[in-house]
Design a binder for this molecule. Structure first.
Ligand SMILES: C[S@@+](CC[C@H](N)C(=O)[O-])C[C@H]1O[C@@H](n2cnc3c(N)ncnc32)[C@H](O)[C@@H]1O
Length: 329
């Protein structure tokens, strides 16, 4: 966070206030580390208070599930288990960037694995995940640990599958992480992720940004009124890094680097190239029981899908399953 020249001059005549401002700035800097950022955010994410496009039940059922499983009743996780995990429960699984732990609890609930190890950089997330697993009576099946995944070192041939939900796009050291996952999977083991794979650091192409604004400006006023902006502006990389240094660090490289090391066995792009940003700060103004709001969401999905199908836009989100390559492949 930079202090304006005017503010510096004004504070220089007020030494006590300047001290307070510097302390505040130091605290904000600490919070702008990836771990600090997610320590502060995890409760809002887990409670649903930080709602985004992925939290809309209509979008989830009618748009995302329709594209991933083809069945509105079947989400990506059940689809993955039905299609790829032959004889559950497997002995051991691993989850990367687990946050507050909702994915691991679901995997245990669904009978997918006997045990799961789950790692995240944010201490607060790991504390919350442990508390939730204890409350659910499944703490003995999940080993939550604080770990910087960019420095990951894994044992060989340990896991039947590795999962990541909205996490790989936060990692810097993707080549090393993919190599570690490859090493840690048993022969034929799988990596499954559900991820943002769009432009790194949200550096949208001008055409994509223009389409976002076209949609945003057409949202009814009652829906956009609480958004703290009237237009969607390009993001400066330095501002992105100052807020969360892990956000979309190398998201555009998640798929190309995966293909170099694994056999991709299922790849379902499911959009988000416009909706992710257009709906980012307005979801709490959308009433899921209002027919006009429901039809608005449907037309936004249709518009985005048409742009992606025509090739004008790439899909920014994807569900992917990849298999460890056979030795010597
Ligand atoms: C968008 S959240 C997703 C959390 C969880 N998978 C979910 O879907 O609820 C991204 C997570 O990545 C974690 N993260 C970011 N950089 C990391 C790193 N280098 N090592 C481990 N975790 C990291 C954050 O702490 C955060 O919990």
């Amino acid at each position: 966070m930079r202090m304006s020249r005017w503010l510096k001059r004004w504070l220089s005549g007020r030494p006590r206030l300047r001290g307070v401002a510097l302390a505040l700035r130091r605290r904000l800097r600490a919070a702008s580390s990836a771990g600090g950022h997610w320590d502060a955010r995890v409760h809002a994410v887990e409670s649903g208070a930080a709602a985004g496009w992925l939290d809309s039940e209509l979008i989830e059922r009618e748009y995302i599930r329709a594209q991933i499983s083809g069945d509105r009743q079947v989400d990506y996780l059940r689809h993955f288990l039905r299609r790829h995990v032959r004889d559950p429960p497997v002995a051991r699984a691993l989850s990367l960037g687990c946050g507050g732990g909702n994915l691991e609890r679901a995997l245990v609930d669904l009978g997918a694995t006997e045990r799961i190890d789950a790692l995240d950089l944010s201490e607060e997330s790991i504390l919350l995940a442990r508390r939730e697993a204890e409350a659910a009576g499944i703490a003995g099946r999940i080993d939550y640990r604080v770990q910087d995944i960019d420095q990951l070192e894994l044992p060989a041939a340990e896991y039947d599958f590795v999962v990541a939900k909205m996490a790989l796009h936060h990692f810097q050291n993707l080549e090393h992480i993919y190599d570690q996952i490859d090493r840690a999977l048993v022969p034929g083991g799988l990596l499954m992720f559900n991820e943002f794979v769009g432009p790194s650091r949200f550096q949208w192409a001008p055409g994509q940004l223009e389409l976002m604004n076209r949609l945003f400006e057409r949202l009814p006023k009652e829906i956009r009124k609480r958004a703290p902006y009237t237009r969607i502006y390009p993001r400066a990389e330095e501002d992105m890094i100052a807020t969360d240094p892990s956000e979309a660090a190398r998201s555009a490289e998640v798929m190309p680097l995966l293909r170099q090391r694994f056999d991709v066995v299922e790849h379902k792009p499911y959009g988000g190239s416009l909706l992710h940003i257009v709906l980012a700060d307005v979801m709490d103004q959308i009433d899921p029981s209002s027919e006009s709001h429901r039809s608005l969401l449907r037309s936004l999905c249709e518009f985005e899908k048409a742009q992606i199908d025509s090739g004008a836009l790439a899909s920014d989100f994807a569900y992917v399953v990849a298999r460890k390559q056979a030795a010597g492949a």
